[in-house]
Design a binder for this molecule. Structure first.
Ligand SMILES: NC(=O)c1ccc[n+]([C@@H]2O[C@H](COP(=O)([O-])OP(=O)(O)OC[C@H]3O[C@@H](n4cnc5c(N)ncnc54)[C@H](O)[C@@H]3O)[C@@H](O)[C@H]2O)c1
Length: 275
């Protein structure tokens, strides 16, 4: 396939380009920043004209895309004013998803986030592990992700395209494993309910979703199936969320951010584990 990847210069974007290229796809990256050359075009996705044109075709780059992966965003609150996070991300995602619809790209995978389902979990979730049926935003970044999922869910009704939202948890790059030196600290990753995912496994989830497009809208959590905390998950759940129901079949180190759906439906398994 010829696949467009927005945010291709970012942490998840780089891993995704590498993965899809290794699988034999032709990949065209789109980002605000990046080195000019084959396989990359600089685009400001905040500008609808640029976005639409870039998805239609780019001289010397591509004449049409079979699928699109949308990862470009401001990836966390705090980098810019909160309102700018919301405006930037929701505008870019509307532009990308709507332009893809206009152009007729019928296989779209995009990044949502754990922030659409309770982060930083000051309120206890309804049950553990937390699955995709729970939606709860606590800041403008998370609110944007909830809005972006809603946009895709409605666009899915306007045709027969496949839209897959991937709710990534904290993405850990190959060189960032030092963080797990603190895995035994009682509060480590509390706001992430202990979850994490290696960037290369995140890219694997993208590839699996692209390979199995289903018309309509669907959402999957993307986390390592095992937790980022040293203690067993049932003890961690009791420490952080006393009284919250915990699945009777919770695995010893199973992630409290459920990955059961993506494992069952897309065959996701993690290739990397900090343990
Ligand atoms: N990193 C995480 O822990 C994490 C967790 C959950 C969800 N996500 C989501 O995953 C996606 C990728 O995150 P990341 O960690 O790779 O972020 P990143 O900041 O490393 O990369 C994002 C890229 O998007 C580009 N970009 C931003 N605005 C743009 C615009 N208007 N036009 C073109 N390019 C633009 C940036 O230049 C950057 O290269 C984002 O949607 C993010 O919200 C990330």
């Amino acid at each position: 396939m010829i696949i467009g990847v927005t945010g291709s210069s970012g942490k998840l974007g780089r891993a995704t380009v590498e993965r899809l290229t290794a699988e034999g796809h032709e990949v065209i990256g789109f980002d605000l920043v990046g080195s000019a050359g084959a396989g990359f075009t600089r685009v400001d996705l905040g500008d609808y004209g640029q976005t639409l044109d870039a998805l239609f075709g780019v001289t010397a780059r591509h004449e049409g895309l079979d699928a699109l992966v949308h990862l470009a965003a401001i990836p966390v609150n705090g980098l810019v004013p909160d309102v700018t996070t919301f405006h930037t991300n929701v505008t870019a995602t509307f532009n990308v998803l709507h332009a893809a619809h206009r152009v007729g790209i019928d296989n779209v995978v995009f990044a949502s986030s754990i922030t659409a389902m309770g982060f930083p979990f000051d309120e206890a979730p309804p049950q553990l592990p937390v699955d995709e049926t729970y939606t709860s935003a606590s800041n403008t970044y998370g609110l944007g992700k909830v809005a972006e999922e809603a946009i895709a869910a409605q666009l899915a009704r306007w045709g027969s395209s496949a839209y897959t939202a991937l709710r990534f948890t904290n993405v850990v790059a190959e060189g960032e494993y030092d963080t797990f030196a603190r895995a035994a600290d009682p509060g480590y990753r509390r706001d992430l309910i202990g979850s994490w995912v290696d960037a290369r496994d995140g890219a694997r989830a993208v590839a699996l979703a692209l390979a199995d497009p289903v018309p309509g809208f669907r959402v999957y959590n993307v986390a390592s199936p095992t937790s980022g905390t040293a203690d067993p998950s049932r003890a961690v759940a009791a420490r952080w969320f006393p009284g919250t129901p915990v699945a009777s079949d919770l695995g010893e180190y199973e992630s409290l951010m459920s990955t059961r759906k993506i494992q069952a439906e897309l065959g996701f398994v993690a290739e990397h584990d900090w343990r």
